[in-house]
Write a protein that binds this ligand. Sequence first.
Ligand code: FES
Ligand SMILES: [Fe+2]
Length: 373
Amino acid sequence: MSTQQRFVMNTWYAAAWEHELDNTKNLLARKICDVPLVFYKTADDAYAALDDRCCHRAAPLSMGRVEASCLRCMYHGILYNKAGKVVEIPGQTHISNNMKVRAYPVSAKGGMIWVWMGDAELANPNHIHDFPPLVDKTNWRGFEKEAYLHYQANWMLIVDNLADFTHVAFVHTNTLGGSESYAYESVPDEVDELDTGLAIKRWHKNSAPPPFHQRVIPQAEHDVSLDRLNDIEMHIPGVFLMKTQFAPAAPEGKSDASDPHREYRNCQYMTPETWNTTHFFWNYLHNFDLDNAATTTSLKDSLFEGFMEDKVVIEQQQLLLEQSPDFVPRGIGGDKALTVFRKKWRERLNEEVADNASSGEHTSRPVNIRALI
Ligand code: FES
Ligand SMILES: [Fe+2]
């Protein structure tokens, strides 16, 4: 009998912000794609990821101790190197070759530790989606410590949410949206297919500043109509990158605002913990008021409020979907982006399953995502 493969494994997953490992133990237990992992930071500030289960008697290595570049299991003291190989067994000199746990490729970029869950030989850190504002402190200011939320929902439901900003009008009327007119007056441009996902632009012309933006601009500008652009990329497995610009509404006859006034950059990384739970990482950066911590704090509070509005809806969706496995969603025009993204994700999963089968590595079949979400 074949097993069912649920996740694309040959891809980089956002695993932890670097600051999450700056704790007294320099390590973190985190399950990704159903696999319990331990991440640790070595004495020379490199990162490692191992299966979080000692090969001796299955104690969690995340209860262990970092020693230089190694990690010691604090049950019977076995010491592992970064490659997952046992290099010391207290009280014995012989170490057999099968004394090891799996090690996973990791790479730090943009303050995030990324992990590769599949075939280590295919892992290329250049394929991690770069988001330069995260490290460009000259032009952008974001949170001092980037943010994390835990979701009781499948990651693809959060991807769906971000793939259709119509919801901004109804879920976030008084926070991120401003009015229900956003759903009627702003229509996304065509969905552009990318190799690893999609891109969408959505203009909202000649509109009042939404509440989160109004809170960080001078009172005198509260009544100035703006052209608002959200320029989005979504990449497999769940990498959302957005440029937002607000500019004074373009004069009659001009197609768009040519003078960006204030801009934001937003990343949201959705990583499956299990099929029904998700790690959600985010930051929100501004290119104005760079010396003003109050602006950053206000934006963080506003966005957090908005994300909690999403979370309530999405976690309720998850519950209802778990209770109604036969549910078949009806489509509307606004589903174009999520449909494209699921198609591309599905193709990647199918390719991986076929490759594994032809190399004789696993016999598995891809999960039926439609039945579950
Ligand atoms: S369980 Fe880890 S050393 Fe025994
Ligand atoms: Fe939202």
